[in-house]
Design a protein around this ligand. Structure first.
Ligand SMILES: Nc1ncnc2c1ncn2[C@@H]1O[C@H](COP(=O)(O)OP(=O)(O)OP(=O)(O)O)[C@@H](O)[C@H]1O
Length: 350
């Protein structure tokens, strides 16, 4: 199957640049997420991939074939792509099976071939038993699976998904994540999944393209994004919100504590720029560590989440297996691992 490539893609609406200089290479069969805050240009990218919008600059290719560039624009129906929206867009007067088979009817497929392909698509999303129901007799998750089957029935090379879980409650979203994983495994299609939910993107995608204000800020695996974000902004956007940024110079120049200095040296932190500390990098109850006051202890089932305050006023998030009294003081040491670009800096590292 064919890989998807975007080179220098931009889209302007009048004076406004919704997307600028976007370059991405997506391997055939890869599951990628476009992630970013509202208005960052994700949907515009998806619409350019689908062919609903023409890029103002750059080109989009699928395999060796150019889909869009300055002079060419292959229409949506000739792109071999399927699209799934958050609104499902199912026909209420048709059965589940007829909804799924609709794209085949449009292509003039009939008879046993039609029945076989509809049956296979329904089986893939585990809805064969509900084939004769109407969409309004289904749950939200089931409707979304019908939309997936309808997209799949035409065997697209690329499936574009625009916030497909946005209308579902939290419980159902987790179950549907599993459906998407299974769908990806069985179909072998290249999936491009737009979301503003970082945990959803991390759970599903092989690689994530994070966008901000129309530009790509990082393109990497979920693990790299979490552990080695390129910028302060990304560090806050991905993973638990509370990261400790030690701005400026050598940690310890302004945070007292020998243990912190030792940890910083051990981790090879040169003391330039802020340093990322995730909650799992905070060790509690250490002698000789920094003193921290427990401001908040929230029970999260498998652990407590602690809001700590260091002597210099910095906030820190930590995990603990046992409850610690709010207002108490403990020692902490920090496992300092990753130096970040300051907010004003340009992301440059992989
Ligand atoms: N047809 C259009 N005409 C003018 N401006 C547009 C058009 N479509 C999108 N925009 C603008 O382009 C920017 C990017 O919009 P886009 O819908 O791609 O963002 P998004 O990241 O998908 O946001 P959300 O998560 O809220 O859907 C926004 O500022 C939006 O207002």
């Amino acid at each position: 199957m064919a890989g998807l490539s975007l080179a220098g893609v931009g889209k302007r609406f009048g004076e406004h640049a919704a997307v600028s200089g976007l370059t991405l290479d997506v391997a055939a069969g890869e599951f990628v997420a476009l992630l970013g805050p509202s208005g960052c240009g994700k949907t515009t990218v998806l619409r350019m991939l689908a062919g609903f919008e023409q890029p103002s600059e750059g080109h989009i290719r699928l395999g060796g074939r150019t889909l869009s560039d300055a002079s060419r624009h292959v229409p949506p129906e000739e792109r071999n792509m399927g699209m799934v929206f958050q609104s499902y867009a199912l026909w209420p007067h048709m059965s589940v099976a007829d909804n799924v088979g609709y794209p085949l009817k449009l292509r003039g497929v009939g008879g046993s071939d039609y029945r076989r392909r509809v049956g296979e698509a329904l089986a893939m999303v585990e809805l064969a038993a509900l084939a004769e129901r109407r969409p309004q007799e289904l749950s939200g998750g089931q409707r979304q699976r019908v939309a997936l089957a309808r997209c799949l029935v035409a065997s697209p090379a690329v499936v574009l998904l625009d916030e497909p879980l946005a209308n579902l409650d939290r419980h159902l979203r987790a179950a549907m994540e599993e459906s998407f994983r299974a769908f990806h495994r069985r179909s072998g299609a290249t999936l491009v999944y737009v979301t503003h939910d970082q945990s959803e993107a991390m759970a599903l995608a092989d690689r994530i393209a994070v966008m901000r204000e129309g530009r790509l800020v990082q393109w990497s695996t979920p693990e790299t994004l979490y552990r080695q974000p390129h910028s302060e902004w990304l560090a806050g956007f991905i993973g638990q919100g509370s990261v400790l940024l030690l701005p400026g110079a050598v940690p310890g120049r302004w945070l007292e504590g020998d243990a912190l200095m030792a940890a910083a040296e051990e981790a090879g932190v040169q003391g330039r720029g802020p340093v990322l500390v995730r909650p799992e990098h905070v060790r509690l109850g250490e002698r000789g560590g920094l003193r921290a006051r427990v401001e908040r202890a929230v029970f999260r089932g498998e652990r407590y989440e602690l809001g700590l305050r260091l002597a210099d006023g910095s906030a820190l998030l930590a995990y603990s297996a046992r409850r610690l009294a709010e207002g108490s003081t403990i020692g902490v040491t920090l496992d300092l691992g990753w130096g970040l670009e300051p907010e004003a800096g340009t992301p440059g590292r992989r």
